[in-house]
Design a protein around this ligand. Sequence first.
Ligand code: EPZ
Length: 428
Amino acid sequence: MDQIVIRGGKPLNGTIAIGGAKNAALPLMAASLLTDGVLRLSNLPHLADISTMAHLLSDMGVSIAMQGDAPGGGHMGRVFALDASGLSETTAPYDLVRRMRASVLVLGPLVAKHGHARVSLPGGCAIGTRPVDLHLKGLEALGAEIELSEGYVEAKAPNGLVGGHVLFSNVTVGGTENILMAACLAKGETVIGNAAREPEVTDLANCLVAMGAKIEGIGTDTLKVQGSESLHGADYEVVPDRIEMGSYAVAAAVTGGDVVLKGGRADLIEVVIDVLRSAGVGIEEVEDGLRVSRKNGHLKGFDVMTEPYPGFPTDMQAQMMVLASVAQGASMITETIFENRFMHVPELVRMGADINIHGRSAIVRGVQKLSGAQVMATDLRASSSLVLAALVAEGETIINRVYHLDRGYERLEEKLAACGADIKRVRA
Ligand code: EPZ
């Protein structure tokens, strides 16, 4: 298994290109199931999760033509043309869903288009129990019959789905995406209340509109969909990855560097920018993206609470904890989205951080220095926080289980090394 080895203490200077958002790309790929036309997606990141979704779809009979890399070089910005007209299978098996929970996003499109879907229940994961009950209730409100047996969800709507009112009791990104896709082919009007407003949901809605769907309220918490008989193919470019942007912004800040995030968009991470600025980080919009720097002055502690968009993203919580760990004074970081998303804390403490957990909150007292250690990645964002801590720590850090990072950060070592980081991947 690969390890990442980092010798910390080098300020990052240079340019990092931001890729397409994994969490937008996955539902967009699932949306290809809604049409017999070709959905051509560009700016797809080269990541393990994208390959898993491609594997799942092609096992179902979706043909996927890779149309080469967009300008940018390397594996940046891949283009896939997805054609689901020859679909032969409506089951998502345990083996793939277990590897990637987002596989559940095929449920809504399959039942809407084919009247049947059988998808393995994802089960819990490192960051929490993560049920899919709200997805299922939403589909039932659109007339699907749902049965659970042998670890699978079976959804049936032999005469098609019918528009309805879905009011989510909690904000759910995946649930909103599943119901939004299903509603596009349901008869009549669907209203989705308390819908997630994450930029990735907006990206999906915009793509569905490009495919012929009629959706009002995009970007708000109430989505109104007039169902269509069918959708057609489209060309669509995936939105930039706001979490990749935020993670590298923290990397520049903690190392005292100066980095341009090429393709970065401030409008996608406004609240993250506000917190970074309050901590003493310089951020400005430049011609080709965002410039993040901390040339002078200390970082200051801050308080942050994760919330659904436009609140502070849970996917940036672990990375901000590294910033708090090396800032002056105390910070309070509260996690409200997932019940078990402090798995990085014991590893950061092993590197010298001073963090105490009280229920859903972590009190972080800034320390003078972190020191390198052998650490273990537990999930994607926790792993990214270990990389950030290693970049600022004294000495060598060895990160194990880096396959988590490969799910969400494209060419991480290459991007950081190009800005002066001492980082390498080794085969253990
Ligand atoms: C998406 O997960 C993202 N994944 C996650 O990113 C992200 O952390 C999360 O949204 C929150 O922003 C993708 O987009 C592929 P939710 P999702 O449904 O859709 C509870 C990363 O690191 N819930 O908004 O699964 C759930 O348990 C990942 O890139 C129910 O109770 O998240 C959680 O506590 C990790 N019942 C909360 O809602 C349901 O039916 C929010 O989950 C659905 C969700």
